[in-house]
Design a protein around this ligand. Structure first.
Ligand code: RB5
Length: 147
């Protein structure tokens, strides 16, 4: 699959690790954001990933920062993005099944390399559960806000 990875400085080394693993599995990976561990503002990585996904060239995005929280907050400002900050394989699985997540967020200061790869693998291997209740709830994510 065509994937876009983005990170700030805190996620840079983990991004490189997971991106290399993804490439070894046959995915076509593009990386944006930090080019090193020099400070890089995490919202800009989310912006780059969200905008590239909107153009339609990538099926999924992967965003990393220290916790996964900052990149997910910014990414979820975009209506076409459903970003899930996952700290376990089960969260990745359910994020795909129930929330139809299209961006995986990982916390490089929270997860080991092995955990990050396992979570990424689960995210990639899981499809969406298109039961009516899940489709309806995902539709609500895009509906007008209540206040
Ligand atoms: C950078 O120090 C850190 O704040 C950032 O990577 C991220 O964890 C923010 O959510």
């Amino acid at each position: 699959m065509k994937l876009i990875f983005g990170s700030d400085h805190a996620g840079f080394e983990m991004r490189r690790h997971v991106a290399d693993w993804a490439t070894s599995q046959g995915h076509e990976v593009t990386e944006v954001g930090a080019n090193s561990t020099e400070p890089f503002d995490y919202p800009l990585a989310s912006d780059a990933v969200a905008c590239e996904i909107k153009k339609g060239a990538f099926e999924f995005g992967v965003l990393l920062c220290g916790t996964g929280i900052g990149v997910s907050i910014r990414a979820n400002r975009y209506p076409h993005i459903r970003a899930a900050d996952c700290t376990s394989v089960e969260m990745a699985r359910l994020g795909r099944l129930h929330n139809h997540a299209n961006v995986l967020c990982l916390g490089a200061r929270i997860l080991s390399k092995e955990e990050s790869v396992a979570i990424f693998q689960a995210f990639m291997e899981t499809g969406t559960d298109d039961a009516e209740r899940h489709d309806r709830r995902v539709d609500f994510l895009d509906a007008s806000l209540s206040c």
